[in-house]
Design a protein around this ligand. Structure first.
Ligand SMILES: C[S@@+](CC[C@H](N)C(=O)[O-])C[C@H]1O[C@@H](n2cnc3c(N)ncnc32)[C@H](O)[C@@H]1O
Length: 285
């Protein structure tokens, strides 16, 4: 990701009157640069703390076990706001985070569909996973993601996943998922991974991990709706219905929507009640 700050190019050696003098920045640019560096340093410090905590928790733990006390030693999941300050978006990976209010309401909607033993997989949507586990952690919630930074969030629940190798997943996930939530990366045909290519791969993954009775929720751009109709065409993946859920991002102006796979899911909408004080304040600003 490139910074928004334009630092003037260094003068060429031997060139006229600037030769030998260091490049200077005007004070406002310098202040911006310093504040950018300070926030990056802070992000890095917090990330390193999390990584150390995660390493300490992993030591001596079985990541796949399902013993009685599984998760008993897990730390509470951080808030979405904290997550957003620690994990900056990497646009090369098509990372555009949901807003905090959207992530929280969406997570509540998902919780309303779960019991304590529901197996729920979040593919390529870390913010939704964080919000969901922050509200109430489920022991069978998993985050499937290519970005290894997320392993420090909760090592037991992170599953390394690259849609380029769509079926390379732990055996315990095979037909092991009751609810799958996916936000497939890459929407531009011109990118290395087109939406067509991306969704073909994601569908292979979903066919492997979803139980025959499982439910699917897909969040993506309306520009790929024709691809969805074609690829998510039979149970348990489809046919997909467009829900009432309105998807909101901080940095992305693309027109997004939310589809789901079960009969009646056209009526699915965000759960509004039970908002936290922070969410209410954020909405009022
Ligand atoms: C479009 S973003 C969705 C993020 C979502 N808006 C959120 O806030 O959680 C897609 C996600 O796909 C992940 N991703 C990118 N390339 C991937 C790949 N090859 N395999 C799996 N996930 C990938 C990115 O790291 C990113 O988190």
């Amino acid at each position: 990701m490139s910074s928004a700050i334009d630092v003037p190019a260094s003068p060429q050696s031997g060139s006229s009157s600037l030769s030998g003098s260091p490049p200077t920045l005007d004070p406002s640019t310098l202040a911006l640069l310093n504040s950018f560096i300070a926030s990056k340093t802070d992000e890095e410090r917090r990330f390193n703390e999390l990584a150390e905590e995660a390493a300490a928790r992993v030591a001596g733990l079985s990541l796949e076990g399902d013993g009685e006390d599984e998760g008993a030693n897990d730390k509470p999941m951080m808030s979405v706001d904290e997550y957003r300050s620690v994990f900056s978006e990497d646009w090369q990976l098509s990372q555009f985070w949901y807003t905090t209010p959207f992530a929280m309401r969406f997570a509540r909607t998902l919780h309303s569909m779960c019991t304590p033993t529901t197996s729920i997989a979040f593919l390529c949507c870390p913010t939704a996973f964080v919000a969901f586990q922050h509200i109430e952690p489920l022991k069978n919630a998993r985050l499937l993601e290519v970005d290894g930074r997320f392993s420090v969030l909760t090592p037991r629940h992170y599953v390394p996943y690259d849609m380029e190798d769509p079926t390379a997943l732990p055996a315990y996930l095979t037909e092991g998922v009751d609810i799958a939530v996916v936000d497939p990366p890459f929407l531009n045909e011109g990118m290395l991974c087109s939406p067509q290519y991306t969704n073909v791969n994601v569908v292979k993954t979903l066919r492997q991990i979803m139980r025959p009775s499982a439910k699917l929720i897909v969040l993506t751009s309306t520009s790929v709706s024709e691809i969805l109709e074609r690829l998510y065409d039979s149970p348990p993946l489809g046919p997909l219905r467009r829900t009432r859920i309105e998807v909101l991002h901080g940095q992305l102006r693309n027109d997004f929507a939310c589809w789901a796979s079960w009969e009646g899911s056209e009526e699915l909408d965000l759960v509004e009640d039970g908002e936290s004080k922070e969410e209410k304040e954020e909405k009022e600003v």
